[in-house]
Design a protein around this ligand. Structure first.
Ligand SMILES: CC(C)(COP(=O)(O)OP(=O)(O)OC[C@H]1O[C@@H](n2cnc3c(N)ncnc32)[C@H](O)[C@@H]1OP(=O)(O)O)[C@@H](O)C(=O)NCCC(=O)NCCS
Length: 174
């Protein structure tokens, strides 16, 4: 279990919400997820997305949960013994013609615990894990209209990369 220094500005006192978030002088702890955390992870995700995806989270835990190698990470933030956020990511080697890089594909903080540095600490912790396995670049994808997550990643130093996403609807019979 590690308490990870934030790479963001030190502006935590008095910023936490009224819920289970970190209070002044009460640094959240970041550690790998455990099975017993899953209910709280599912609840936070359901608060953010409006969907309770139990099968999905069981499968994510199997693939990224505790005991996995350093290139797959599923970390939680705890404040006063409660899960208040999580981040999930993995190293992808040579995909899209790119040298190994660390992808963050989920980050969520309990709405009651936001704006207190939890998200920054989670991103910092997963970055430390990626650096430990030799990765030097962090990537993520986000919805164009999700200005909250965009503001957060920008605040952490992330900028537009050189890859662009492409997609199309697969019509016709299966
Ligand atoms: C984005 C999110 C992870 C940020 O978590 P957090 O713990 O509140 O983040 P921090 O307190 O570490 O904030 C760091 C910086 O992010 C930016 N930021 C965070 N919330 C913001 C907001 N509501 N508006 C503008 N900027 C914001 C700020 O620059 C902030 O620094 P500051 O407080 O010094 O201004 C959290 O809001 C969240 O879970 N949102 C929903 C995420 C989501 O949509 N997930 C689905 C896609 S993966």
């Amino acid at each position: 279990m590690t308490s990870v220094p934030s790479n963001a500005r030190n502006r935590r006192s008095g910023r936490a919400g009224a819920g289970p978030g970190p209070e002044a002088g009460d640094e959240p702890v970041i550690r790998p997820v455990r099975r017993a955390d899953l209910e709280q992870v599912i609840a936070i995700d359901a608060t953010v997305t409006g969907l309770e995806k139990r099968k999905y989270w069981a499968s994510v835990f199997r693939r990224y949960g505790a005991g996995r190698s350093g290139d797959k990470q599923f970390l939680v933030a705890l404040a006063q013994g409660r899960v208040v956020g999580f981040v999930i990511g993995e190293v992808r080697d040579w995909e899209f013609g790119s040298p190994p890089c660390g992808w963050v594909f989920a980050i969520d903080v309990d709405p009651q615990a936001r704006l207190a540095g939890v998200g920054s600490k989670l991103l910092s912790a997963i970055s430390v894990g990626f650096r430990r396995v030799g990765v030097r670049k962090l990537r993520t994808l986000l919805a164009r209209d999700n200005t909250l997550i965009l503001s957060f990643f920008r605040s952490q130093g992330m900028t537009a990369g050189h890859l662009i996403p492409l997609e199309m609807v697969l019509g016709g019979a299966p």
